[in-house]
Design a protein around this ligand. Structure first.
Ligand SMILES: [Ca+2]
Ligand SMILES: [Ca+2]
Length: 308
């Protein structure tokens, strides 16, 4: 009797997971950002600043972990870690090695929210499917160009007009400032900011002239940027530092930008164009100077020492 109950439960679980399986995996490559991060980050859930992609744990986007610990009792693969898209297998000598994962062994998505859209404009069922697909293309031009583009299934994203493109950084820098202030307010015991960062944000927080968070007109945002320009300098640097971690070299790669881009693209149709045009010299990296200029900071205010 008991066995049947367990069996039925398993079946039910399977059935619930099944509907998302219909999409043929082979046809669905996807983007390559690291998705779930957003959902998992407790900070984002606590802040009231809206979905806060900034707080995404960039660590999860790190694809390059091919390591290794040996505790080889029974299964040498037990403590052998492979990067996303790969799994551990033993060779003839019982030595563990990382090989590309077969996408069909990825767990099915539990819902559409697990789908990802790739830069090839294909929907991948889950990030596991995406990375497994990318792994199989390793070493090819196609694989090199394939990235996770945004979270959710691929959809039509309307073109970003010039005037809309101008508005994007105005809203974003205001939002960055509000995120920092919110983190500061909630920081009591949970170290959302380090001490140096807190000192910087404290000045913004305590400044009576600060424009409070709200749904402001673009005119007001532009005016505030003029009047309170200094309050925006640190938030812009802070966001850069949050993203520039793999490695922290003063340049943002597509993968480093992903935690910010991926959740934003479906909501803000100018995201892709904005970050593309930030890369003024078109070398595929967004340097700190390029980043700061994108948000309207003056050249003389770009300061590596503000990445703290
Ligand atoms: Ca970097
Ligand atoms: Ca560049």
């Amino acid at each position: 009797m008991r066995v049947w109950i367990v069996f039925l439960l398993c079946l039910a679980g399977h059935a619930m997971a099944a509907p998302t399986e219909e999409e043929p995996m082979t046809e669905e490559p996807v983007y390559e950002v690291e998705e779930e991060v957003v959902v998992e980050d407790p900070v984002m859930e606590e802040t009231e600043v809206g979905a806060n992609p900034v707080q995404v744990d960039v660590g999860d986007f790190d694809e390059a972990i091919d390591i290794v610990e040996e505790d080889v009792e029974d299964n040498p693969c037990l403590n052998y870690h492979c990067k996303k898209g790969k799994v551990c297998e033993l060779d003839e000598g019982n030595t563990p090695m990382c090989v590309c994962q077969d996408p069909s062994t990825c767990p099915p998505a539990e819902g559409e929210f697990e789908h990802n859209c790739g830069t090839d404009n294909k929907t991948y069922e889950t990030s596991c499917h995406f990375f497994a697909t990318k792994c199989a293309l390793e070493g090819t031009k196609k694989g090199h160009k394939l990235h996770l583009d945004y979270i959710g299934p691929c959809k039509y994203i309307e073109p970003c007009m010039d005037n809309e493109l101008k508005e994007f950084p105005m809203r974003m820098r205001d939002w960055l400032k509000n995120v920092l202030v919110t983190l500061y307010e909630r920081d009591q015991d949970n170290d959302l900011l380090n001490e140096k960062q807190k000192l910087r944000v404290k000045k913004i927080y305590e400044n009576e002239k600060r424009l409070q968070a709200g749904d402001h007109s673009l005119d007001l945002l532009a005016l505030d940027f003029q009047k309170n320009y200094n309050m925006y300098i640190f938030p812009v640097h802070w966001q850069f530092g949050q993203l520039d971690q793999h490695p922290a070299d003063g340049y943002l790669t597509h993968t480093e930008l992903s935690p910010l881009r991926a959740p934003l693209i479906p909501m803000e149709h100018c995201t892709t164009r904005f970050f593309e045009e930030c890369d003024t010299d078109a070398d595929k990296y967004v340097a700190l100077e390029e980043w700061a200029a994108c948000f309207g900071l003056k050249e003389q205010d770009v300061d590596k020492d503000l990445i703290i």
